[in-house]
Every structure is written in C-alpha cells, then in structure tokens.
Ligand binder design. Structure first.
Ligand SMILES: [Fe+2]
Length: 240
C-alpha cells in the first residue's frame, strides 16, 4: 500500500529527551529527532476506468476510486493523526473513541486496495477461471468453480445493508471458504487466519449508477472481470 510521511512530535520522545538531557545523553542518542507518522495515499489502478465495461461502467469506477476510496483514505489519515495526538497527550478516552473511525476508514482503504487488484479487463485475462492449485482447492472445498460463483453471488445478494463477500484461505483449516463482512470491516476482523483471495464490494456505490437496485445483476456480471490470476498468486504464496 502506498504511504507518505508526516512529522509529528511525540510525548514519548519529549520524555526520553528530558530524561536523556538530565544524563547528558541527548546528543549521543539523537533523541531530538521527531518520529515519523505514516499516512496513506490513493493507489493507482492497474487499468483504465472504462476498461471493465460493460460489466462495470467507467463512471462507476472513476467515482468509486477517486471519491469513495479517497474519502476513506482522507478520513483514515485524519483519525491516525488524531490518535497520534491523543496517545502523545495520554488521553485514553480519545484513543478508545477513535477506534470506530479507524476500523471503518482503515477497513475501507484495505478492502478497496484488494478490490482493485481483484478486477481485470477481459482482454487482460479478466474472467478466466483459476487454474492450478487454487482451481483444485475450489473444486475440493466448495464443489466446483460454478458452485463457488453461485455461493458468493447468493451470499452477496443476501447480505443486508452494505458489506463485502469474500473468497478466503483459512490457514488453520487449510481450505478455501466463503465469508461475508458488514460495512467496511476487513476480513482480518474475523480472524488473522483468514487471508482474502477475492473480495467483492456489495455497497450500493459499487453498482447503483449502472444496475440501480438490482444487486444480483451486478453480481452476475462481475465474474467476467474477476482477476483470478491475482487470487491464485495470493493463494499459492499463502498456502505454501
Ligand atoms: Fe466501495
């Protein structure tokens, strides 16, 4: 994930400086340097906005990426800076109060960063079924590729409100599973053992301009632009 840096003064650094100064150690330890806070920036898409048509319109892709994903990043960075200040001040209440914004906006950034990689234009292999180890795992654990599509489409259509439907590698059970998460909860909130291979955004902003309220049609057409090559690479790396 792309990130940039901001400088922020730290209470911990101040305390260390003060303590070191009393001992005459500050110059030797270089403790006058401010610590760097990492923030995040919008990743580029590996394809043009209009290149997923007709499955997903260029207008949806542009707004989804430039407006929605950017908003999650902006608000995530803002929350992280506030968290940094709250920790520096020892404001425990503020630290706890920021967790919801961090989960929502940080989750939005994590999820969308995966989602863009899960898509590919048809002419670049989008929609070509997985081969090799992931193909075998899907057949073994979920019955068949067709059964997987049916299960994800059904669970995505049935998900109430906004959220995500996932194909995951369960590293504990050593099998692939279908999972859902609400809102912008990333898959990691259901356990560190779950690795996202494919995440499909079922928020209305992902399809409404083209499909209106008919989410099942969006879920029927998106399979034509799924980048199974990327999912296979993650599976092979994580299951090794
Ligand atoms: Fe989205």
């Amino acid at each position: 994930m792309a990130f940039q840096t901001l400088l922020a003064k730290k209470a911990l650094g101040t305390a260390l400086r003060n303590g070191a100064a009393e001992l005459g150690l500050a110059p030797a330890l270089g403790l006058c340097q401010a610590r760097k806070l990492q923030t995040f920036s919008l990743p580029d898409l590996p394809y043009d906005y209009g290149s997923l048509e007709p499955a997903i319109s260029g207008e949806i892709m542009r707004i989804h990426h430039q407006k929605h994903h950017q908003a999650y990043i902006t608000n995530y960075n803002k929350a992280l800076e506030q968290l940094d200040e709250a920790i520096a001040k020892g404001d425990a209440s503020k630290v706890v109060g920021l967790q919801s914004a961090i989960k929502f906006n940080g989750g939005g950034h994590v999820n969308h960063s995966i989602f863009w990689k899960n898509l590919a234009p048809t002419k670049e292999g989008g929609g070509e079924p997985p081969k090799g180890a992931l193909g075998w795992a899907i057949d073994t654990d979920l019955g068949s590729f067709e059964a997987l599509i049916q299960k994800i489409s059904a669970e995505g259509a049935a998900l109430q409100g906004s959220g995500w439907v996932w194909l995951a590698l369960d590293k504990e059970l050593k099998k692939v599973t279908v999972e859902t998460t609400a809102n912008q909860d990333p898959l990691v909130t259901k356990g560190l053992h779950l690795v996202p291979l494919l995440g499909i955004d079922v928020w209305e902003h992902a399809y409404y301009l083209q499909y209106k309220n008919v989410r099942p049609d969006y879920l029927k057409n998106i399979w034509g632009v799924i980048n199974w090559k990327y999912a296979s690479e993650v599976y092979e790396k994580e299951s090794a």
